[in-house]
Write a protein that binds this ligand. Structure first.
Ligand code: NAP
Length: 279
């Protein structure tokens, strides 16, 4: 049984919590499947577990956190409030904490902009929960630059993190710079699911390094300083997706993957996959 050295995964300081740059995604697993997968992921070496109220698996993850050999304080737990809980933020958080069997979460996100708006009143509740120590850091998910700016203009508080779909086909240097200049960490979701794992360029780079395409995609995200969230129900893939710290991509390879953006976006539009992504 391989155990990946969790200490080798780079991490970033969110000012209140240290966030590993590779996290384990849990959507759409539920029940005992989710519990067993999270215990396995922790055993493999993941130290960030990503869940959400909407995934209906927080209790299963709470069971895994309790049953795992890895102490709770070594695990970074992210959960998310769905936008239909506006006005019930505190109740939603309390339900998450109870289900997760913990007294705090490390990162709490607004899962989508409520009704397409910034969600100012929710954000104020998020800040209150942080001040009370119920959450270590607060952020958003699937937010545009404009929505983040409006949230900041109303509250003076930038999100620590913006989680969104971010694979080679989504790469946008202007968006990346906009997040960086505001001190907002990009956290990716669906970077594998949104990528053609048979893309010839990615296959070439993978072959050159004796790696797989998913490893190249995760490594590419880490190179950009993105916190990559990946899900696999299989141990060998969990290991593969985490074992990306032993090699580096050359600048020319990074640029080539960056340049896939236009081509992959076009092919994804043709296949209509973007519309099919959920979570
Ligand atoms: N904030 C949001 O709105 C949002 C949206 C979507 C997702 N998320 C979060 O982000 C996490 C990750 O996103 P995701 O699950 O959509 O996509 P993903 O992690 O990019 O891809 C998962 C898919 O790729 C497969 N896979 C994983 N590793 C592989 C490998 N090494 N080789 C080949 N296939 C591999 C998995 O299959 P197997 O399981 O069969 O291995 C699964 O079908 C979610 O679990 C969730 O926690 C958040």
């Amino acid at each position: 049984m391989t155990r990946t050295d969790a200490n080798r995964v780079p991490a970033v300081d969110l000012g209140g919590a240290t966030m590993p740059l590779i996290g384990y995604g849990t959507h759409p697993m539920r029940g005992e499947t989710a519990t067993a997968a999270v215990i396995e992921a922790l055993d493999v070496g993941y130290r960030l577990i990503d869940t959400a109220t909407r995934y209906q698996n927080e209790a299963a993850i709470g069971a895994a956190l309790e049953r795992s050999d890895v102490p709770r304080d070594e695990v970074f737990v992210t959960t998310k409030m769905p936008p239909d809980q506006v006005g019930r933020e505190r109740l939603t958080l309390e339900q998450s904490l109870t289900a997760l069997r913990t007294d705090h979460v490390d990162l709490w996100l607004i899962h989508w902009p409520p009704g397409g708006h910034p969600g100012v009143t929710s954000w104020q509740e998020f800040a209150r929960a942080r001040a009370e120590g119920l959450v270590s850091a607060i952020g958003v998910s699937n937010y545009s630059v404009d929505l983040i700016d409006r949230l900041h203009a109303e509250t003076g508080i930038h999100p620590a993190v913006n989680q969104l779909q971010w694979g080679p086909g989504d790469f946008d240097p202007e968006f990346e710079e906009a997040m960086r200049s505001r001190g907002v960490l990009i956290s990716s979701h669906s970077s594998l699911r949104s990528t053609d794992l048979e893309d010839p360029l990615l296959l070439d780079i993978a072959e050159h390094h004796g790696r797989t395409v998913p490893e190249i995609v995760v490594r590419w995200g880490i190179h950009h300083g993105v916190a990559v969230t990946v899900k696999s129900a299989h141990r060998s893939r969990m290991e593969q997706n985490l074992a990306v710290t032993g090699f580096a991509l050359a600048d020319a390879e990074i640029e080539a993957v960056d340049d896939l953006n236009g081509r992959l976006s076009r092919s994804r539009r043709r296949r209509g996959r973007a519309a099919a992504l959920g979570g």
